[in-house]
Design a protein around this ligand. Sequence first.
Ligand code: UDP
Length: 278
Amino acid sequence: MHFRIEDCIAIAPSWRYQGSQQWRHLCGAIHSPSQSIMGELETLSVMGLPIHWGTPYEDWLLERQHRGLGAHVVTLNAEMAMQADNHPELKAVLCNAELAIPDGAGIVLYFRLKGKRLQRCPGIELAESLLQKLAPDQSAFFLGAAPGVAEAAAQRWRSRKPDLTIAGIQDGYFTPEALPALEERLKTLQPTVILVALGVPRQEFWIAQRRSLCPSAIWVGVGGSFDIWAGNKQRAPAFFCNNNLEWLYRLYQEPWRWRRMLALPRFALRALTYSVGL
Ligand code: UDP
């Protein structure tokens, strides 16, 4: 499912977009990075977007959460970077996230060309590490994917980690009328980790607009992760993952994605022109 930015912004019915300044204001009001913790991560930049690099991300996030500081985690790939390049409102959301990880092969290759060796960190793996490290008195909320999929993903996790507390599950096809009850639920539950699988860029806007409901939670946009945990889709075999070719396997699995994947060569060109100031 591919969303236009305009549609994503329209998802918040009580909220009207009035320019990117509004996003900065909105995000700035709730964004409270802790410099002392942030110090452990190096901030790099690609096309004006931050990428954080350093200590195991899950430890950094849980340490931060322990101190009552929440986080919005962005799993940056070439497609997202290209969308942000054309839409300042998305760029503002990505810039205001406390943590942006190198999810896509294009991002890793870009830094490799610049002499910086980053390890690719797929969002699904960060989400798994976070869930693995949650104590029984901490909890996770699964939000998104088709009806039944988040439930199946949660079921898989229950057998994988019996002491994982799953505070709530909600599919991603709820009506606008159901939204206030969902928001109320999140507010009451205050989960430690909220995984949002609504697709890019809807999930990024959704998190930015609602993270003040659970200010100390770790909010992660996880794309198609529930489909994979539920067993509906497979991740690429190790060879593809280890050689930055996961996108190729995905194209083979979901050939209708070819148009979206053109973002990769476009990103390569744009990232190079951006770095020479064009
Ligand atoms: N999705 C959803 N609600 C919607 C549209 C999409 O919950 O209104 C879910 C969809 O079922 C899928 C996920 O969002 O589980 C997006 O997965 P995809 O692999 O397309 O992620 P992306 O590549 O966009 O990160």
